[in-house]
Design a protein. Structure first.
Lengths: 413, 130
């Protein structure tokens, strides 16, 4: 894998095994404490119940014969009288004289209080046990070497990451999601490539239209302007598309944005190279243009830049594929990458009119030298020539070998 | 030259701050314990009050003072228990305020300790470079 677009963090680094074990032990200790308290309270409740029984049974007799404890190790026989009078501890050193029934009531109330305490303790212990089991699973996962793979979603906020980190136990599920996303990504990729092809065809169609209306220079110039505008609008559209995706990226993770920009850099570099190649080829063309032979050579040159463009395009395809194979692919990421690569050919094609305009300037400067070459023809119709030459090269660069003939015809006029 | 002395100074500083921090933590722990005790007592007193209210007027109430059970008036016992409850609540409030104070101090001490540690690390990194 190349540069990760997500984060691959081994559980062991996030939750060191020792610490996880220690946490488990600590929680278990707490649980033990609470259990002891629970047992305590349960004893109290048991005692309470037995006392209630006794208290209700004593008044059945007027007096009871009992063995009275005397000191630590002695008893002597005695009698229990006043069987209905009890001095009950109310709490805080306060006692009250009560009858057996009243005592029983007091005791029952005390029993209820104890019960509520036990309930709260039980809830406490349950929470602690849940915590302990959670720590336990984390420790075992960390020991196994399970890895938490954090992928970046376009639409998710940074808060989602915390959510994911909270669901550490489900470290495997992102892996599964990735697999499904990879499959989807392939489909998405093919779809986007199809769209790319459509866009290219549109561009070519537009240029063909441009070439067909060559004979009228004014109209041609107007058409060229219209074409430029159209392609500018294309660039604007592609820009808006880009900005949309940029917005998505920004709303998504910063990491995604960075990787996106990283991706765009190589693409931009390719774009720059393409433009440079085109400019060079166009300059070459302009130097050799105007004459038939030159046109023919120019036409022969034309396939070359086309081939160059094709090669560069294929190189971008390759890089796209390369990039695709590289990543651990998330669908939106793949989308953005493919979209950016989709927009890139548009950029390339939109780069053509600027290159065309640059070419026109170059061609104009080239034509200055060619003016001297063509001599009288130039003097007669310099304006026509310059305008025509300005308008013609854009179509010329993409025109087929037959076209230069018509251009030459115009020149003669 | 100056750096070892500075390092030693920083270390001393760190120790002092660490001591303060541990003291504060102990205070907080004690506070917690006392609070627990008071809370339990408060609960008990409220129970007693409830029972006393259930008693009839002529019932005998005794108070255990040392090894002696002393007979008390019901009204008196009621009043005593109520006063005790008020006293305990006031104590609890005071303890709460103290605990808050102590916790704030603890946090500030912790930050100071961190800062000193960072300075030490920076110094040591500088020394390692040189």
């Amino acid at each position: 894998m190349g540069s990760p677009r997500g984060e691959v963090t081994p559980f062991a680094s996030l939750f060191p095994v020792d610490e996880a074990h220690k946490a488990v032990k600590r929680v278990e200790e707490k649980i033990a404490e609470k259990q002891k308290e629970m047992d305590h309270l349960k004893e109290f409740i048991a005692d309470n119940n037995s006392i209630i029984n006794l208290v209700s049974k004593l008044p059945e007799e007027l007096h009871h014969d009992i063995m009275v404890p005397f000191g630590k190790a002695a008893f002597f026989p005695g009698r229990l009288i006043h069987t209905n009078e009890f001095v009950v501890l109310l709490g805080e050193g306060y006692y009250a004289e009560r009858t057996s029934k009243q005592t029983a009531d007091i005791l029952k109330r005390r029993g209820k209080a104890l019960d509520s305490q036990v309930e709260s303790l039980k809830a406490n212990i349950k929470d602690l046990k849940a915590e302990a089991s959670f720590f336990d699973t984390t420790a075992s996962e960390a020991a196994e070497g399970l890895v938490e793979i954090r992928e970046d979603y376009v639409d998710e906020d940074l808060g989602e990451e915390h959510f994911e980190s909270a669901l550490k136990g489900k470290g495997e599920s992102p892996g599964l999601n990735e697999k499904t996303r990879m499959v989807e990504d392939d489909d998405e990729y093919t779809r986007l490539m199809a769209r790319l092809d459509e866009l290219e065809k549109e561009e070519l169609a537009a240029e063909d239209d441009d070439e067909s209306i060559e004979d009228d220079p004014v109209a041609n110039g107007a058409l060229e302007d219209a074409n430029e505008q159209k392609e500018q609008s294309n660039t604007i559209e592609s820009d808006t598309v880009n900005s949309e995706h940029f917005q998505n990226a920004i709303s998504g993770d910063l990491l995604l944005y960075q990787t996106h920009s990283m991706q765009r850099k190589p693409q931009e570099q390719e774009k720059i190279e393409d433009v440079a190649a085109e400019a060079l080829s166009n300059k070459y063309q302009s130097d050799l243009s105007l004459n038939d032979e030159q046109n023919r050579t120019g036409s022969t040159i034309q396939p070359l830049p086309k081939a160059e463009k094709l090669s560069s395009k294929s190189s971008t395809h390759e890089t796209k594929r390369h990039l695709r194979n590289e990543k651990a692919s998330v669908l939106p990421e793949g989308k953005i990458e493919a979209m950016s690569s989709a927009t890139q050919p548009v950029h390339m094609q939109s780069a053509r009119p600027p290159s065309n305009s640059s070419k026109t300037e170059a061609s104009q400067s080239g034509f200055d030298s060619s003016k001297a070459f063509t001599g009288s023809i130039v003097e007669r119709s310099t304006d026509v020539l310059t305008t025509k030459s300005a308008t013609l090269p854009p179509s010329d660069s993409q025109s087929k070998p037959s076209r230069p003939v018509s251009r030459f015809k115009m020149q003669r006029r | 030259m100056a750096s070892p002395a500075a390092v030693r100074e920083l270390q001393r500083d760190l120790e002092n701050k660490a001591n303060d921090l541990s003291k504060i933590q102990k205070d907080i722990a004690k506070n917690h314990q006392v609070r627990k005790k008071y809370t339990i007592q408060l609960g008990e007193n409220e129970l007693v009050l409830k029972e006393l209210e259930l008693l009839k007027e002529d019932a005998n109430v005794y108070k255990l003072i040392g090894p002696v059970l002393v007979k008390q008036d019901l009204a008196e016992a009621n009043a005593n228990v109520r006063k005790r409850i008020e006293y305990i609540s006031a104590e609890l409030k005071r303890l709460d305020a103290t605990v808050q104070d102590l916790e704030e101090k603890q946090n500030s001490k912790r930050e100071a300790v961190l800062k000193v540690q960072q300075r030490m690390q920076a110094l040591q990194a500088g020394k390692a470079k040189a």
